[in-house]
Design a protein around this ligand. Sequence first.
Ligand code: NDP
Length: 252
Amino acid sequence: MSIKGLVAIITGASSGIGAGTAIFFAELDAKVVLVGRNKENLTTVASKCYAANKDVNLLTIVADVTNDSAIKKIIDDTINKFGQIDILVNNAGVISKGSIENTSMEQYDYVMNTNIRSIYNLTMQAVPHLIKTKGTIVNVSSVNGMRPFCGVLAYCVSKTAVDQFTRCLALELAPKGVRVNSVNPGVIETEIHKRGGMNEEEYQKFLKHSQTTHALGRAGTVEEIARTIHFLASSDSSYITGANVPVDGGRH
Ligand code: NDP
């Protein structure tokens, strides 16, 4: 089913999964709102969206989703430009390496503020608009929300919170016509792992290890996640809500 003409906010659209989703949505002629902190990267992604569809209607918003006034600006700017919100993709996220013995509260707050507080905040402000359009919400969680991974404790906790938020909110919003689901990726080759503190050697080891822990024997691609986000955002998934959908190559 088409998302042509629908207004989609995508956070963390400046790289990785968010960028891939923005480009795919642009190709399908949605009206795409690209949100991220890095202006230069957002501009690059916007160019790729235009390359995919020269007539696409885009809005680029430089915003830090952990900042309350930036969240209000995302909603206000979207409504001012497009008048409605049909799809919210809560994708922005961070990893911070650390166990209970070596995670500071600053690290914990950074991860929780980015990965769950911002989702709660942006969703809260988008919901009145999503009720009007009977829209959809897709939260980008992680396979680590469903099963533990050693060495990124705060990250795992934050993603389990995203999964529960998804399930609870789906119950609240179903009577109002809004569906809420999460996509839970396995290992995908993006910048997040190095940004989270892995050095090159650790990253290569991690990718190699993922070949044995993912039944399909490889890491996933951004495009594979983008396609699932599209499915959950479109009416193709009209009877699915409150689902945490693993896209993890059979992680075991
Ligand atoms: P990237 O690091 O490539 O992308 C993360 C995005 O989040 C960037 O666009 C970044 O933009 C944005 N972001 C981070 N913090 C903020 C902030 N405070 N305000 C606004 N934007 C922010 O990683 P991925 O594409 O891999 O990550 C996307 C999502 O996928 C995350 O939620 C992640 O947890 C999840 N995921 C990823 C997996 C993987 O293996 N790659 C596996 C499972 C889940 P900018 O720097 O411009 O602010």
